[in-house]
Each structure stands twice: as structure tokens, then as C-alpha cells.
Write a protein that binds this ligand. Structure first.
Ligand SMILES: Nc1ncnc2c1ncn2[C@@H]1O[C@H](COP(=O)(O)OP(=O)(O)O)[C@@H](O)[C@H]1O
Ligand SMILES: [Mg+2]
Length: 316
């Protein structure tokens, strides 16, 4: 039995999801017989961790601070063992541009893209290069902030006239944005969990848009507008390939404990990796718990296993 601090909430835009992930993790930890110390992450985090002196921290934060390595850095400093990926992997995952360069260098398929800091537009006239980018990527073009998650700030530009507003929207979430080739196809996610036998990809989840939303890109990514199918029914060996690719990316980015890789199965059969979440959602409707269940791993067992990996890393 351990004294487990559950870090949740925080200041990120995904605060509400994190509160739900955290609450569910707390319930599971109590059922497993642990002592739970819930901590809503804020300005007193360091103070609270010192005062509570937990044996281990379960990081149930999503987005900024929790998923980007900041909280992990503090936990390292305070010598508190913690769940999921370490500082460097969090940084690589949170920055989609960094992750895409790492994947590109390693030969992992990811859609073509061009990324710019705000300063490139303000001081280097990058807007003047938009016609070249548009010619290379072809419309529609996906515009997204380098950071964030849950489809926040993602826009699908259908014509050159849509691009400026899409950029402004993306820049309201981050100082770095990218323009990415649109991949027509099916929306997949493969979660990976560190089991006794090592990092193991779980069954593939497909997000299937509702009929009426099929051609409305934005509506597809609104919460509750997609149905999730797990295991996904995919042609040929696509599911196996998606799992292999997810495992490769998980290792490439240096993830630990658990994580989720988002991909597209492009019409024509190619897989393209979009991004990796170092702390994916753990709510009732989240993809990783659904995939674990499809693999015969109940939620409590999943949480138990994740906690074990945190303690194992600290003991190593
Ligand atoms: N290049 C793309 N082509 C087609 N759809 C995309 C593309 N990029 C993102 N999407 C859609 O938007 C969703 C969210 O994008 P993603 O890159 O995973 O960011 P996040 O989940 O962090 O918001 C994806 O699951 C996918 O459905
Ligand atoms: Mg995603």
C-alpha cells in the first residue's frame, strides 16, 4: 500500500478533462487499497508535495504544465517518483513540431508540414511564403498550434482565403504553429502500456464521425460527435501495422508507463502518425481505458500497473 498524490486539474485548457481523469484514478487507487492525496495543481504545488510527502505521484494532468514536462521537472527535484513519461519525453510529445521532426528523421510516416514561430510572421514576412506552402501541401490544409491538445485551435483551411484566420486562431494557443497536409482517411489511436513483457500496444480505436458530420471537419472533432469503435475493423494488416508504428513512435520519443499515438489510415492504405499524447485521458469515455478493456485489462488493473511502473523506475 502506498500514499499516492493524484495530481489533477491545473491551469491548462484541459482542466475539466483532467479533473475527471483524476477522480476516476482516485477511485481506482482507493479500491486497490492505497491512501490517496488529491492535489489540484496550482501555485502551492511544491509546498503541498513537501507537506504531504507522498510515496509516489500519479500525474493525471493533460495539456500545459502536466503533459509538457514542467510538473515532472518539479517531481524530479523533490525526489517524488511519478507515473508516465519523464521530462524529455513529455517535452518531445507536447511539441508536435519537435515530435514530427523526430519521426521524419527516423523514417516514420507523418504528414508533410511547415512550422513557424510568431516572429517569422511579425519580423520575417513569412506570410509572403504562404502561396508556396499552399502549392506544396494543397487544399484543404490543416492549421494547428504546436502545443495544446483535444483539437484546440485546429482549423481546416479550404481555400487561401481561410488561411490567415486559421493562423490567427492557432497563434492564440501557441507562439509556434504548423500548416500540415490534410490526410483523407480514418482516424485511429493506439495506446501503449508498459506491461511485464515491456511496452505493449493495445487494440486500435477508431473515431467514426456521425453521418451528418462526415464532410464537416470541425464538427468531427467536437466532443460527443464521434463514435468510438474498439477494436477497429480495419482492412488487411492495417491494425497490426498501426500497432507496430505506435510502438516504434512510443520508443522513439522515449515514452514510459503509458501513452497514446494518434494516426490516420489514409485512403489508399498508408498510415500517417499525427502526434503522441504522453498523458492521454483516463475518463470513462477516454480511448486508452476503452482499449485496455478490449485487451482484457480492467481499469483498476491498468492503474495498478501504471503505478507499479512509476515505482519500478524510481527503484532502478
Ligand atoms: N493532417 C491531418 N489530416 C486530417 N485530419 C487531421 C490532421 N491533423 C489533425 N487531424 C484531425 O484532428 C484531430 C486532432 O489532431 P491531433 O494532431 O491529434 O491534435 P490534438 O489531438 O492534440 O488536438 C485528429 O485526430 C484528426 O482527426
Ligand atoms: Mg490527437
Amino acid at each position: 500500500m502506498s500514499r499516492v498524490a493524484v495530481l489533477k486539474g491545473g491551469r491548462s485548457l484541459e482542466r475539466q478533462v483532467s479533473l475527471r481523469s483524476g477522480a476516476r484514478v482516485e477511485d481506482a487507487l482507493r479500491r486497490l487499497g492505497h491512501e490517496v492525496v488529491p492535489i489540484d495543481v496550482g501555485g502551492d504545488l511544491v509546498e503541498r508535495l513537501r507537506a504531504e510527502a507522498p510515496d509516489v505521484a500519479f500525474v493525471a494532468l493533460h495539456g500545459r504544465d502536466g503533459e509538457d514536462g514542467t510538473v515532472q521537472e518539479l517531481l524530479e527535484l523533490l525526489d517524488v517518483p511519478y507515473t508516465a513519461s519523464g521530462v524529455s519525453a513529455c517535452i518531445r510529445c507536447m511539441d508536435k513540431v519537435l515530435a514530427k521532426h523526430a519521426m521524419g528523421d527516423a523514417g516514420v510516416p507523418t504528414p508533410d508540414f511547415y512550422a513557424f514561430n510568431e516572429t517569422a510572421f511579425k519580423e520575417l514576412g513569412a506570410a509572403g511564403a504562404l502561396p508556396e506552402i499552399e502549392a506544396r501541401l494543397e487544399f484543404p490544409i490543416v492549421v494547428k498550434p504546436a502545443g495544446q491538445g483535444s483539437a484546440l485551435g485546429i482549423k481546416f483551411a479550404r481555400t487561401p482565403a481561410d488561411v490567415p484566420a486559421a493562423l490567427v486562431s492557432a497563434f492564440s494557443y501557441d507562439t509556434k504553429v504548423m500548416l500540415e497536409r490534410y490526410v483523407p482517411g480514418r482516424d485511429l489511436a493506439v495506446s501503449v502500456v508498459d506491461l511485464d513483457e515491456g511496452p505493449t500496444p493495445l487494440p486500435v480505436v477508431e473515431a467514426v464521425p456521425r453521418e451528418e458530420d462526415f464532410y464537416d471537419f470541425e464538427a468531427r472533432y467536437e466532443i460527443g460527435r464521434s463514435d468510438f469503435v474498439c477494436p477497429a475493423l480495419l482492412p488487411g494488416d492495417a491494425a497490426e501495422r498501426a500497432q507496430e508504428l505506435a510502438l516504434e513512435v512510443y520508443r522513439l520519443l522515449g515514452c514510459y508507463g503509458f501513452g497514446r499515438v494518434d494516426l490516420m489510415l489514409e485512403d489508399g492504405g498508408e498510415l500517417q502518425v499525427l502526434e503522441t499524447n504522453s498523458i492521454p485521458g483516463l475518463t470513462e469515455t477516454s480511448l486508452l481505458p476503452q482499449a485496455a478493456e478490449a485487451a482484457g485489462i480492467e481499469f483498476d488493473e491498468l492503474i495498478d500497473r501504471i503505478l507499479e511502473t512509476a515505482l519500478a523506475r524510481a527503484a532502478a
